[in-house]
Design a protein around this ligand. Structure first.
Ligand code: FAD
Ligand code: AMP
Length: 466
């Protein structure tokens, strides 16, 4: 007799969602997590709620309000003399948001009868887990099924070891003053979002990116537009930049990097290392793939029957919603439901900067290399009434459709509320919609979503407002 039907290791968006769904399906479920909050109390929510998605968006919103008041409010006829920022208050608000949401998960666990076990979990063979509590005491629990959802941690760079001045994303969410000069290694989603927060609050931000192209996975056209917008905001982005050394003297970081023109030196007050995330696989004796992620099949089951893995620890898009989808799928699979593999090709990707970037489906580059004949329709927010009214007209909607079947293959948006607008595109692609379906869909006026409608019309050469 086992202690639980299911034990989930990790209470991030993959693990806590899996645990709730397992319990909803009638399985006795426990969820183990060793994370402690700022008050050294056990906390649910994983990276996402504590040091990831939520605190970054909280600071992005606060810094956006400051930037708006400073640079854009006057154009709306709003005067704000004597504007200032209170970083401590900003962080206090961030912690309040985190507290509400993490306590919300605790309530959901209670409501659904998921047992939260704080502590570090170690697989100890034959579906047994050894748990070391924060006071050092240990216990062994068994389960019919184990779901590993241990997530990921920031990749560290030997040339930039962390200290008071060189920090990872967690450190960058907690600066207690605005660093006058801020360097960031890595211009991916995390580097750009953190760079935007501190740039809006007054830092002079320089990003060093190893790849030759900006936002390599995004639509090329949109990446160029966004790069230009960030430049206007004062963010410097150096591509092809390989950091070779760092040193800290008297609170100043010297970053040495090379690019096509040779060796350069960047002097900053703080340096953020944001070069990606690596899976947390310590203490888990399950087969890993060549990149160090846990190997799983299409149902997220490892080579060991009854042991599953989901979320960042199995790689693929390292996104909260991807892990949650896998969590639901695995719970239903364990419960014996007929389940389908997660549709990774319908995954929305979002970068929460200004302008926001969001996309789903294929890029032009992918369609070209697959030899698929496609038609592009594009509509700029500058021609959208609602965007004009808001004063934020940067960006566009671009849609790619199969020339023969009319099926929507990719939607790429940059601009105000792109993160919300993409939901319609995700639904359209998931339902295998055609451009004609989108054209026939009535979009309210005046809304930003009219830009999506017009882009669909543009695919057909029937645009009204462009
Ligand atoms: P995690 O959230 O990492 O949770 C895993 C949990 O398991 C952790 O609490 C960990 O402490 C615990 N754990 C690990 N090992 C053990 C063990 N042996 N015993 C007990 N507990 C253990 N994604 C988005 O989709 N949108 C965003 O806007 C976004 N913004 C981000 C911003 C930042 C700054 C960062 C760092 C990440 C962001 N992400 C975003 C990524 C997102 O946070 C991750 O994809 C997501 O948290 C992964 O969920 P997970 O459940 O797999 O793992
Ligand atoms: P992401 O994977 O979205 O978190 O983004 C990480 C970014 O860091 C990617 O754009 C990588 O190309 C970039 N990157 C990775 N390693 C390095 C490095 N050594 N120097 C600079 N940028 C890097």
């Amino acid at each position: 007799m086992t202690d639980y039907n299911v034990i989930v290791i990790g209470a991030g968006p993959a693990g806590y969602v899996a645990a709730i769904r397992c319990a909803q399906l009638g399985m006795t479920t426990a969820c183990i997590d060793h994370r402690l909050n700022a008050e050294q109390k056990p906390v649910l929510g994983g990276t996402c709620l504590n040091v990831g998605c939520i605190p970054s968006k909280t600071l992005l919103d606060s810094s956006h309000h400051y930037y708006f008041m400073q640079k854009q409010a006057a154009a709306h006829g709003i005067k704000c003399d004597g504007l200032s920022i209170d970083i401590a208050a900003m962080h206090a608000r961030k912690f309040k948001v985190i507290k509400i949401l993490t306590h919300g998960i605790a309530s959901l666990f209670k409501k659904n009868k998921v047992t939260h076990i704080p502590g570090n979990a170690r697989l100890s063979g034959d579906k047994q887990i050894e748990i070391t509590a924060h006071d050092g005491s240990t216990q062994i629990l068994s389960a019919d099924n184990i779901i590993i959802a241990t997530g990921s941690s920031p990749v560290q760079m030997p040339v930039a070891p962390l200290n008071e001045n060189i920090v990872d994303s967690t450190g960058a969410l907690a600066f207690d003053t605005v660093p006058p000069r801020l360097g960031i290694i890595g211009a991916g989603a995390i580097g750009l979002e953190l760079g935007s927060v501190w740039s809006r609050l007054g830092s002079k931000v320089t990003l060093l990116e190893a790849l030759p192209d900006f936002l390599v996975h995004a639509d090329r056209h949109i990446a160029r537009v966004v790069q230009g917008e960030l430049k206007k905001q004062g963010l410097k982005i150096h591509l092809n930049a390989q950091v070779t050394a760092t040193s800290v003297h008297s609170q100043e970081v010297t970053v040495t990097y090379t690019d096509k023109k040779g060796e350069h030196t960047l002097l900053v007050d703080k340096l953020i290392v944001a070069v990606g995330r690596q899976p947390n696989t310590t203490d888990l004796e399950v087969p890993l793939n060549t990149q160090g992620f846990i190997s799983v099949d299409t149902h997220c089951q490892t080579d060991i029957p009854g042991i599953y893995a989901i979320g960042d620890v199995i790689g693929g898009p390292m996104l909260a919603h991807k892990g949650s989808e896998e969590g639901v799928m695995v719970a239903e699979h364990i419960a014996g439901h007929k389940t389908h593999a997660v549709s990774y090709e319908m995954m929305p990707y979002i970068v929460y900067i200004t302008p926001e970037i969001a996309w789903v489906g294929k890029t032009e580059a992918q369609l070209k290399s697959a030899g698929i004949a496609y038609t592009v329709g594009q509509f700029p927010f500058a021609a959208c009434g609602r965007a004009r009214a808001s004063g934020d007209i940067s960006g566009m909607v671009r849609i790619m459709a199969d020339t023969q079947s009319d099926r929507i293959l990719g939607v790429h948006i940059c601009g105000l509320s792109a993160s919300e607008l993409i939901a319609e595109a995700v639904l359209a692609i998931t339902l295998k919609s055609t451009i004609e379906d989108l054209v026939k869909t009535i979009h309210a006026h005046p809304t930003l979503s009219e830009a999506t409608h017009e882009a669909a019309l543009a695919v057909k050469g029937r645009m009204i407002h462009g």
